[in-house]
Design a protein around this ligand. Structure first.
Ligand code: OGA
Ligand code: NI
Length: 401
C-alpha cells in the first residue's frame, strides 16, 4: 500500500477500542494525542518509555557555567552559519553574493538569509497564529488528525505516529499550499485568522523561494534559456515549472518543555526532501542542530532571519554539488519552542533528476530520477532514518562519493 489512507474517524475509532484493553494501550492512546496534551494532562516528571531513545541515539546536552537558570539556550557547541544578504543578491554585488551562496550550499548545506524583504509583521503574525492554533483545545486540533500523508491538512505528533517505535517530542501542523485556491478551503478555520495569515505567509515565502532558486541555478552555472522549453523532459527549465506552481508544504512545529530532554529528541536526524526549506526558528529558544564535520552543532537564532537549507531534491538536481545536510532538534526542560518550516519543490507530479547541464564525462550522473510517488512509498514503508531515502537514489557505482 502506498500510503495508509485512513480517515481521522477510522483512526479515532481504532484507538477507542484500545481503551478496553490493557493499561499499556491506554497510554498508547495518550501518546497519539501528542506531547502538548501529555504534558498538560499528565504533570509528568519523568519521560515515558515511549519517548526514550536508545543510548546511542541520545543527544549529549551540555550546559555551560555562565548559563543562569533563566537561560533560553540548550548549550552545546554552536555553529555560526554563513549569512546571505538577500539585498546583496538582487543588487549590484550579485556576483560576490552568488559566490557566498555557492560556498554556503557546498560546505554547509545551510545558511541564514537576512534582508529578505518579508516584513516583520508577516512573520510575527504567522508565528502568532500558529501559537494560537496549538493553544486551542485538543478537540479542535484533533479535527485535523490523519495518517494520510497527502492530506491538505495534517495535524499530528512525532514523525509518523502510526509507525514510530520511539516517539519524538513534537506536535505539528502541516499545510499543503499550492495551488492555494485548491488547498485553502481545507485549512483550519480556527483560529479565525489562520487562513488569511498563513496564505499571505505562503505566498511571500514562495516568492522568496523563487528568487533564491534563480540565484542557486546561477551559482551552479546553469543559465536557463527559452529554447530549453522544448527539453521539458530533461528537467531543464526548472524555473518555468516552479513559476507555474511548484509544491509547497508549511509545517508548524511545537516542542513543549520535556522532563528529561537528554533522553529524547524533538526531531530525529533527517534531511528535508524538497529543493529548499525556509525555516523560521524560535527567536528565543534554541534547539536546531546540524551535523557539521561529524559534530552536532546548535544553530543560534537570528531575529527575523530565515534558516535556509538544501533539500534532497536539490542534491539530486545539482548532481551532488550541493548536498542536503542532516539536522535534528533538541528539546529542553523549561521552555516551549515553536518553528515554522516551508518546504519547496517541483510540482508533485514531476520527476527530479540531475541537471543535464551538470553532467559530462568528468561528472557522470550520480542519482536516479526520483518522483514523489517513489519517495512516499519509501517513507511509508519504513521509519525514516537519516538520509536513507537519498542514499537509495544514488547510482550504485558512485556510492563512494
Ligand atoms: C523541519 C525541521 C527544525 C526546527 O521541520 O524539517 O527540521 O527547528 N525543523 O523545528
Ligand atoms: Ni528538517
Amino acid at each position: 500500500m502506498l500510503v495508509a489512507h485512513m480517515s481521522p474517524a477510522m483512526v479515532m475509532k481504532s484507538e477507542e477500542s484500545y481503551e478496553d484493553n490493557d493499561e499499556r494501550e491506554v497510554y498508547h492512546h495518550q501518546y497519539q494525542k501528542g506531547v502538548k496534551q501529555l504534558v498538560e494532562n499528565g504533570r509528568i516528571h519523568t519521560l515515558p518509555q515511549r519517548y526514550i531513545l536508545p543510548a546511542s541515539d541520545r543527544p549529549i546536552i551540555t550546559t555551560s557555567e555562565e548559563q543562569d537558570d533563566d537561560s533560553n539556550f540548550v548549550g552545546n557547541p554552536k555553529i555560526e552559519l554563513p549569512i546571505i544578504d538577500f539585498f546583496e543578491l538582487i543588487g549590484p554585488n550579485r556576483p560576490q553574493a552568488l559566490q557566498s551562496l555557492a560556498h554556503a550550499c557546498q560546505h554547509y548545506g545551510f545558511f541564514q538569509l537576512v534582508n529578505h524583504g518579508i516584513s516583520e509583521e508577516v512573520i510575527r503574525k504567522m508565528k502568532d497564529v500558529m501559537g494560537r492554533f496549538f493553544n486551542q483545545a485538543y478537540e479542535e486540533r484533533a479535527k485535523h488528525m490523519t495518517s494520510d500523508m497527502k492530506a491538505a491538512v495534517r495535524y499530528g505528533t512525532s514523525f509518523s505516529q502510526n509507525k514510530d517505535s520511539v516517539f519524538c517530542w513534537r506536535d505539528f501542523l502541516k499545510l499543503l499550499c499550492h495551488p492555494l485556491s485548491h488547498y485553502l478551503p481545507h485549512w483550519p478555520q480556527s483560529p479565525m485568522d489562520l487562513r488569511e495569515v498563513a496564505a499571505t505567509y505562503a505566498e511571500e515565502t514562495n516568492n522568496l523561494f523563487l528568487k533564491l532558486m534563480e540565484a542557486i541555478l546561477e551559482s551552479l552555472g546553469i543559465k536557463e534559456e527559452e529554447e530549453d522549453e522544448d527539453e521539458d523532459d530533461n528537467n531543464n527549465n526548472i524555473m518555468k515549472k516552479l513559476e507555474e506552481g511548484g509544491s509547497q508544504m508549511m509545517v508548524a512545529n511545537l516542542y513543549p518543555p520535556c522532563p528529561e530532554p537528554d533522553l529524547t529528541l524533538g526531531m530525529p536526524p533527517h534531511s528535508d526532501y524538497g529543493l529548499l526549506t525556509l525555516l523560521l526558528q524560535d527567536e528565543e529558544v534554541e534547539g536546531l542542530q546540524i551535523q557539521f564535520q561529524g559534530n552536532w552543532l546548535t544553530v543560534k537564532p537570528i531575529s527575523n532571519a530565515f534558516v535556509v537549507n538544501v533539500g534532497d531534491h536539490l542534491e539530486i538536481f545539482s548532481n551532488g554539488i550541493y548536498k542536503s545536510v542532516l539536522h535534528r532538534v533538541l528539546v529542553n526542560a523549561r521552555k516551549s519552542r515553536t518553528s515554522v518550516a516551508s518546504l519547496h519543490s517541483l510540482p508533485f507530479n514531476c520527476t527530479v533528476k540531475p541537471s543535464l547541464k551538470l553532467i559530462n564525462d568528468a561528472n557522470p550522473k550520480r542519482y536516479k530520477d526520483t518522483d514523489f510517488h517513489t519517495f512516499l512509498a519509501y517513507v511509508s514503508s519504513r521509519e525514516p532514518k537519516g538520509k536513507d531515502f537519498l542514499h537509495s537514489r544514488k547510482l550504485t557505482s558512485f556510492t563512494s562519493h
